[in-house]
Design a binder for this molecule. Structure first.
Ligand code: FES
Length: 148
């Protein structure tokens, strides 16, 4: 990573938030078609705020550095804020990266989007289950029996 600015070099040499969250609320896995590298991003959400964000990758130095920055900055953010932060970082970092390294950076942002999508799907599933359970209770109160 010879021609990279210092802040990227720092994150490449000392990446933050490397690893997996075993009880994550969302995981995003993406691949870089041009090099075959893979990125996984994990988020843990408490009360609509991202309490933890981590990543694992077989990617290059640019992928490692940008994932480290992204996971650092979205900690404590709401889901919507995290997506905006990701857009802001894109503008900030893309101008610093050589063009051929742009797909390496988008590995991190795309993995985050997928992790958030998974989190949101789980939330919808939980809401639907609650509604179903509540309707089931009402039905049982008036003597309806469940067919299974
Ligand atoms: S070269 Fe594969 S992620 Fe950068």
């Amino acid at each position: 990573m010879g021609k990279y600015p210092n802040f990227l070099m720092e994150h490449f040499q000392n990446p933050k938030n490397v690893g997996e969250i075993s009880d994550s609320d969302g995981v995003g896995t993406v691949g870089n078609a041009s090099c075959g590298d893979i990125m996984q991003m994990f988020i843990k959400v408490d009360g609509n705020r991202i309490s933890q964000a981590t990543f694992k990758t077989f990617g290059c130095g640019a992928a490692i550095a940008t994932s480290s920055i992204l996971t650092e900055r979205i900690k404590g953010a709401t889901i919507d804020e995290a997506l905006k932060i990701s857009e802001r970082i894109s503008k900030e970092i893309l101008s610093e990266l050589p063009e051929e390294k742009i797909p390496c950076f988008t590995l991190a942002t795309n993995a985050l989007k997928l992790a958030i999508e998974e989190y949101r799907c789980k939330q919808v599933g939980l809401r639907q289950k609650k509604e179903f359970d509540s309707l089931k209770k009402e039905a049982q109160k008036i003597g309806k029996s469940e067919v299974s």
